[in-house]
Design a protein around this ligand. Sequence first.
Ligand code: BEZ
Ligand code: FE
Length: 280
Amino acid sequence: MLDYFTEQASVEAVCARTGDAADPRLRQVLHALVAHLHAFVKDVGLTQREWEAAIAFLTRTGQISGAERQEFVLLSDVLGVSMLVDAIGNRRPAGATENTVLGPFHVEDAPLRQMGDSIVLDGKGETCLYTGRVLDLNGQAIEGARIEVWSDNAEGYYSVQQPGLQDKWNNRGIFVTGSDGRYEFTGIKPVSYPIPDDGPVGALLAFLHRHPNRPAHMHFLITAPGCQRLVTHTFVGDDPWIGSDAVFGVKATLLAPFEPVQGGRTAWLSTFDFVLTPLD
Ligand code: BEZ
Ligand code: FE
């Protein structure tokens, strides 16, 4: 009996074509993908018109993507897939700082700055002193931790979104801890902003009656010898979007204090310790 394609045995028909020499992990992932995809099509009774609309959507998502824009990552972000993959890949012991999304606005090779320096090059926004320590799970200071930080400017745009208007390194920098594990730098109190919503992902959010906003946050990427890479943010807890982040990046443990300072060097103070997990 030849195994022709039928609605009932659609998954078996497709999976039977995989060659014996296929990579085992690829086989596992692709067969599960086919099974879930076919189950989804059957479950909702997907129509030809709906499938054509989905293909058109994915085509637009590809066409708008390039070196400066990755619409597929944005799609993964708004569908919660980025955070799910991140959660599975970064299960951490109690007490360790949690990961969240890297986002599309990280730029390699940011300038190394002296501890205590400012990252604000445009002089806009309310200044905030960020300080704390980088610790191991036993509360010991980590020397030589490399702390990369970046945020939007006071108008809600990252430097790379406004080439020509903002210096490429505005609100960005790298700091390295000394033996006390301390870090300190001046940034701005970040503001909430919409993710890029002028493409197909923005259109999808509008169809779903979902807003595109992210609550205000400072990005941190922290590496240290013998420790897992920490990609995270600290969030402004009283932000109006804190409970409905468009990309699901908020975790309760990442809400940081932002306290007003009277007569100080900066208008705000945000103190937060980061706890790194050892490599397995
Ligand atoms: C960000 O935080 O920079 C970001 C994350 C996901 C999508 C868009 C922006
Ligand atoms: Fe961001």
